[in-house]
Design a protein around this ligand. Structure first.
Ligand SMILES: Cc1ncc(COP(=O)(O)O)c(C=O)c1O
Length: 367
C-alpha cells in the first residue's frame, strides 16, 4: 500500500549519525577473530566495578517502572558535585539531553552556534527543530577563537555549544576564555559546556564549567556516564544548570527516560573514584604510547586532553583507514567532520594500542 503522509519538512535536513563500526560486524565481514575498536571513545578498561555490583542488586526489581524523577541518582550526583538536586536533569545519555534542550528552546529560524568540527548531535538537535546552525571554525591546530564565536552571536542565537575537551580534536577552551565568552554573550543565549570528556583533561587552565553554574551564570554543563565511568551501554547522561533552566527543560522529558539499571549503576559509579583514577592514569600512559609511535612514523597529531587523538594521515587517509579495517582495527575516518586527511583514534588498552601500532607500521613501512 502506498502512503502519502508527509513528514515535517525540516526532517529533510537530518543527516544520519554514523556510529563506529561494531566489532561483530567487522569480524563477520572480514572473517577475523581479533578486532580492536578504537572508534567510539569508550572506556577500554571496562565499566565501574561499583556500577556493575549495583546492577546485580537491581535485577529483581525489573518488573517495576524506574523512578521517573531519578531521585536516588540525582542525590548521589548532587552530593558529589555540591549542587542542588533541582539543578539536575538526568537523561537517556547526553544525546537525549541535547534533544531535550533543542526542543525546549529552538523554534524555526532560531540559531545555534557550534565551533566546528565538533560533536554532530548539536546539529541534529537544531535540524530537528528547523533551527539554523552557525558554525565557527576552530583555528590553527584546532583551537577555539572565542572572539569569532562572540561575533557570531545575533538576536536569533539561542544556544551556544562549547565542547571541551572537543570531540574530535581533543583540544579545550581555557577557563579565562570561557569567562570572556560568558561576559560577552547576551542573556537570551544559553551557553552549553559539553564536558563528556572533562575527567580526562589535565591542563591547569581547563574548566569543566561547574563553577560558573554554581555562580548562577546562564550555563548548562553536560555530562555522561558513557566515557570515563565506562557505562556507555546503559545510556545515562546528565546536565547541571541554574534550577529555573533545569526545570524548564525537564518539562519536555518522557516520564521514564532512564532505565532502572542505568540509574542504579550510575549512582554507584559517580562515587567510584578508584575506577576513574585508574582509567585516567592508564589513558595517559596510552596517549604517550601512541604519541611515541606517531612521532616515530613522522605523523602529525593534535595533542589531546581527552581519551582520543586526532591523527593526520595525509591524502591517503581513507585508504589507510580501510586497510586498517581489513587488519582488524576500527578507527573513525575524518570525513564525517570534513577532515578527509585525518582519523580519530580512541586510546585503547596497552594491548589494543600495541596491535594498532603494529598494523599501522606494517602498512606504512612495507608499502
Ligand atoms: C562530546 C560528546 N558529547 C556527548 C556524547 C553523548 O554521550 P552519551 O553516550 O551520554 O549519549 C558524546 C558521545 O560520544 C560525545 O562525544
Amino acid at each position: 500500500m502506498s502512503s502519502n503522509i508527509a513528514p515535517r519538512k525540516v526532517l529533510e535536513r537530518l543527516k544520519p549519525y554514523s556510529p563506529g563500526k561494531p566489532i561483530w560486524e567487522l569480524q563477520e565481514e572480514m572473517n577475523i577473530d581479533y578486532v580492536v575498536k578504537l572508534a567510539s571513545n569508550e572506556n577500554p578498561f571496562g565499566p565501574s566495578p561499583k556500577g556493575i555490583a549495583a546492577i546485580s542488586a537491581e535485577l529483581q526489581g525489573l518488573n517495576r517502572y524506574p523512578d521517573a524523577d531519578t531521585v536516588y541518582l540525582k542525590t548521589a550526583i548532587a552530593d558529589k558535585l555540591g549542587v542542588e538536586t533541582d539543578q539536575l536533569m538526568v537523561t537517556n545519555g547526553a544525546d537525549e539531553l541535547i534533544t531535550l534542550i533543542s526542543s525546549t528552546y529552538l523554534d524555526e529560524g532560531d540559531e545555534i552556534i557550534v565551533p566546528y568540527p565538533s560533536f554532530s548531535e548539536y546539529d541534529f538537535g537544531a535540524d530537528l527543530m528547523g533551527a539554523t546552525i552557525v558554525p565557527v571554525k576552530l583555528e590553527g591546530d584546532f583551537q577555539f577563537n572565542i572572539d569569532h564565536v562572540i561575533q557570531a552571536v545575533t538576536d536569533r542565537t539561542k544556544l551556544l555549544y562549547i565542547c571541551s575537551p572537543n570531540n574530535p580534536t581533543g583540544t579545550y577552551l581555557a577557563k579565562e576564555q570561557f569567562e570572556k565568552l560568558l561576559d560577552a554573550v547576551p542573556e537570551h543565549v544559553l551557553v552549553i559546556l559539553d564536558g563528556a570528556y572533562s575527567h580526562y583533561a589535565e591542563a591547569e587552565d581547563y574548566t569543566d564549567g561547574l563553577e560558573f553554574v554554581k555562580a548562577g551564570k546562564n550555563v548548562l554543563v553536560m555530562q555522561t556516564f558513557s566515557k570515563v565511568y565506562g557505562l556507555a551501554g546503559l545510556r545515562v547522561g546528565y546536565g547541571i544548570a541554574p534550577s529555573h533552566i533545569a526545570q524548564t527543560i525537564l518539562k519536555v522529558k518522557e516520564p521514564f527516560n532512564v532505565n532502572s539499571l542505568g540509574q542504579a549503576a550510575a549512582a554507584a559509579a559517580v562515587q567510584d573514584d578508584e575506577h576513574v583514577l585508574m582509567s585516567k592514569k592508564r589513558n595517559k600512559e596510552g596517549a604517550q604510547m601512541l604519541y611515541n609511535a606517531f612521532e616515530e612514523l613522522h605523523l602529525k597529531y593534535t595533542k589531546t586532553e581527552s581519551n582520543f587523538i586526532l591523527l593526520q594521515l595525509g591524502p591517503d587517509a581513507e585508504q589507510l583507514y580501510e586497510q586498517l579495517l581489513q587488519k582488524g582495527v576500527i578507527l573513525r575516518y575524518g570525513n564525517t567532520w570534513g577532515l578527509p586527511e585525518y582519523v580519530r583514534v580512541t586510546i585503547g588498552t596497552e594491548e589494543e594500542n600495541e596491535f594498532f601500532i603494529k598494523q599501522l607500521k606494517s602498512i606504512l613501512l612495507n608499502k
